[in-house]
Design a protein around this ligand. Structure first.
Ligand code: FAD
Length: 321
């Protein structure tokens, strides 16, 4: 079974979610996979993919690919697929991956197993499991009889595993004309230098239970002690207590951290849709009937205002030991 993995980089740094997809391809095929790496000045990054399972890296290194354009990046994937002729293509289900995958699949007239959280091989068929109905159920999906199978993998769910091994073979792709019809002129990074919840391994989130924006320092204390990102429910974002970039959930960001601490969040289905796959969930809520406790690994029933600072103190003490 031959896999080709789309590799995403941002400002010269390969995204972890792509390394997860690459490691998964190696695991499923039991050997090295092919990778495609589009961007500007990215050739030097190709060797970094070897330990994660790349046997060959198709590099599309062009000035026009400095910023994302779907024509250029999908074109690179398409060109690599024509050279490699894979049975399956894996793409991380990031914002970019969610744009690339359907466009590539449409070019090839095949479907996409979107946002899978499990992927296995049954003979030469990929079978994925993906959340449906806001995470209330999982659906098993496959690509039917399609010759080319395409799947996007949810970030932070699969392991990115580096192993010893030689550098990959690097091949340069000739893309021809990739002048985009729509051009990204500029990307404005958000001014805050805060850790993005979508990338974080630990998240501490606050909901309406914090009572008002003046109480963020209570949550920030634990967030900083844990070296975590700050998350939020939609209720507090809609109330203007914090910026939308922190929102976790169906209309916010989908996260799968190792640890998710929910403080004063009821656990509405739309919030669970964004964080229900976190590995360990700690919930602090004064209502013992709050739905968040149904998904929590550990629950503390009580008032967050004394509890969260105590937890922060305990974390700091444990780290100092
Ligand atoms: C189409 C749609 C999309 C949506 N998308 C999202 C989304 O992406 N993300 C999202 O989060 N929501 C989303 N929602 C909103 C969602 O339905 C809930 O309204 C929202 O998640 C509630 O936020 P909350 O838990 O902060 O507030 P509440 O539901 O009001 O819960 C506050 C909790 O705090 C507890 N509490 C109060 N005081 C304390 C205290 N002192 N100590 C401890 N606990 C305390 C209460 O017991 C309660 O459980 C969406 C809704 C719709 C209709």
């Amino acid at each position: 079974m031959k896999f080709l993995v789309f590799i995403e980089q941002r400002e010269g740094k390969i995204r972890k979610a792509s390394l997860e997809a690459l490691s998964l391809a190696r695991k499923l095929s039991g050997g090295p996979a092919a990778a495609v790496l589009p961007g500007k000045g990215v050739t030097a990054l190709a060797n970094e993919l070897g330990p994660y399972g790349a046997g060959v890296v198709y590099v599309a290194d062009r000035d026009e690919l400095a910023l994302y354009s779907n024509k250029g990046y999908v074109g690179a994937l398409d060109a690599a697929a024509s050279k490699e002729n894979p049975d399956a293509v894996l793409i991380a289900a990031t914002a970019m991956g969610k744009d690339v995958a359907p466009r590539f699949a449409a070019r090839r007239d095949v479907s996409v197993l979107a946002d899978v959280m499990e992927l296995r091989l049954e003979g030469d068929r990929l079978v994925g499991s993906r959340p449906v109905y806001s995470g209330k159920a999982r659906a098993e999906v496959d690509c039917g009889a399609a010759k080319l199978q395409v799947a996007t993998t949810r970030p932070n769910v699969f392991a990115a595993e580096a192993q010893a091994g030689g550098p990959p073979r690097v091949e340069t792709l000739d893309l021809g004309d990739i002048a985009p019809r729509a051009r990204v002129v500029e990307i404005q990074a958000s001014e805050s230098k805060e850790l993005d919840v979508a990338e974080a391994d630990v998240i501490v989130s606050g909901g309406r239970g914090i009572k008002g924006p003046e109480n963020w320092p209570v949550i920030r204390g634990l967030q900083e002690a844990l070296g975590a990102a700050l998350g939020a429910s939609r209720a507090v974002v809609d109330a203007g207590w914090i910026d939308h970039q922190h929102q976790v959930g169906q209309t916010g960001k989908v996260v799968s951290p190792t640890l998710y601490v929910a403080c004063g969040i009821s656990g509405a289905i739309q919030h669970l849709a964004g964080m229900g796959t976190s590995k360990v969930i700690v919930a602090i809520n004064k209502d013992s009937e709050a739905p968040i406790f149904k998904v929590a690994t550990y629950g503390i029933v009580g008032d967050l205002f004394p509890i969260v600072p105590e937890l922060a103190t305990a974390v700091r003490a444990a780290k100092a030991d």
